[in-house]
Design a protein around this ligand. Structure first.
Ligand SMILES: [Zn+2]
Ligand SMILES: [Zn+2]
Length: 350
């Protein structure tokens, strides 16, 4: 079995610490990826600290992986040794339900297997993620990486990227559409880049006036400070879509009041808060509008997103850290002191 080393949370309170373990023996259609970079997603922190009440320890977080293929099984056709490859949040699924067959593996009817903290369909162990030096995975769940992009800055595309790309595509955002982005963090900054790249008129909502210049730099046409009631009111009934990336509990009503009248405008939620807001449904009823939620994207769409990023030279804005700084990075994430995603340089593990 391939030996692995990484950083793990041993319980909800302790800082992450070095941890040795074994990956399962790769099968005929599987490959081993040597991890070069792994993004640090807010979900990692939620999970490591058991804030979603489903943590299994020891937990090795990490689901934004870019690496190099170091071995391939006898029946692997899509990759060869030496290829650069990416692994995201979904690493396996039943492969036969309607959603899996449609390429929506993330909505597998038998529950998709995630990169860490879920039961591996092959050997029944708990999956361990990308804060480590390797990963064993079936080729079906691995993505090609455009070679013109900075590999470290590609890593966050595997969660923050696809999570924001997918809804903007689903609701057909493009020229002539007015899009609002709520929150300017790891998800929000990718949403901004994609919405701008797709040709929409993009308004960034933020509670921090200090983020204005950065939002403009990242592609916003306008920036609205969400606590400024007059500025909010000036945008009433004008948005085709508002993408809410904030995972802290907050009211949706100030935003649903900004959706267009009778245009099937939608507020889409991609951040998962610990507690849920009460919604003023009159904002929806009076507008023929809706609140929707979605997560990630399937394997084909994730590849489509990576290819799009290669073609349009889009990556995340990152701060590269050695793995020894992961606990400090978590504290800084909680203070929103990161522009806009930490990525672990896995060579620091050696
Ligand atoms: Zn994530
Ligand atoms: Zn399935």
């Amino acid at each position: 079995m391939p030996a692995a080393k990484g950083y793990a949370a041993l319980n909800a309170q302790l800082p992450l610490a070095p941890f040795d373990f074994n990956r399962r023996e790769p099968g005929a259609t599987e490959l081993v990826v040597e991890i070069l970079y792994c993004g640090v997603c807010h979900s990692d922190l939620h999970s490591a600290r058991n804030e979603w009440k489903n943590a299994v320890y020891p937990m090795v977080p990490g689901h934004e992986i870019v690496g190099r293929v170091t071995s391939v099984g006898a029946e692997v056709t899509r990759f060869k040794v030496g290829d650069i490859a990416a692994v995201g949040v979904i690493v396996d699924s039943c492969r036969k339900c309607a959603n899996c067959r449609a390429g929506d593996e993330h909505y597998c009817e038998e529950t998709a297997v995630e990169t860490y903290n879920t039961i591996d369909r092959v050997d029944g162990t708990v999956t361990k993620g990308g804060y480590s030096n390797n990963y064993v995975i079936d080729q079906r769940y691995v993505h090609y990486v455009p070679e013109n992009l900075n590999l470290a800055a590609v890593a966050p595309l595997l969660c923050a990227g696809i999570t924001t790309y997918s809804p903007l595509r689903h609701w057909k955002i493009g020229p002539g559409k007015k899009v609002g982005i709520v929150g300017l963090g790891g998800l929000g900054h990718m949403a901004l880049k994609f919405a701008h790249s797709f040709g929409a008129h993009v308004v960034q909502f933020t509670s921090s006036p200090s983020k204005k210049d950065d939002a403009i730099r990242l592609g916003a046409n306008e920036v609205v400070v969400s606590t400024d009631a007059d500025a909010m009111k000036a945008h009433a009934n004008s948005f085709d879509l508002i993408l809410d990336t904030v995972s802290a509990p907050h009211s949706l009503d100030p935003y649903t009041a900004l959706l267009k009248l009778k245009r099937d405008a939608v507020m889409v939620l991609v951040g998962l808060p610990e507690s849920f807001p009460v919604v003023d449904v009159t904002n929806l009823i009076n507008r023929h509008s809706s609140i929707a939620g979605c997560m990630l994207g399937g394997m084909p769409e994730t590849q489509e997103m990576l290819d799009y990023c290669g073609k349009h030279n889009i990556t995340a804005d990152i701060e590269l850290i050695p793995i020894q700084k992961i606990n400090e990075a978590y504290e800084r994430m909680l203070r929103q002191d990161v522009k806009y995603r930490f990525v672990i340089d896995m060579s620091s593990l050696a």
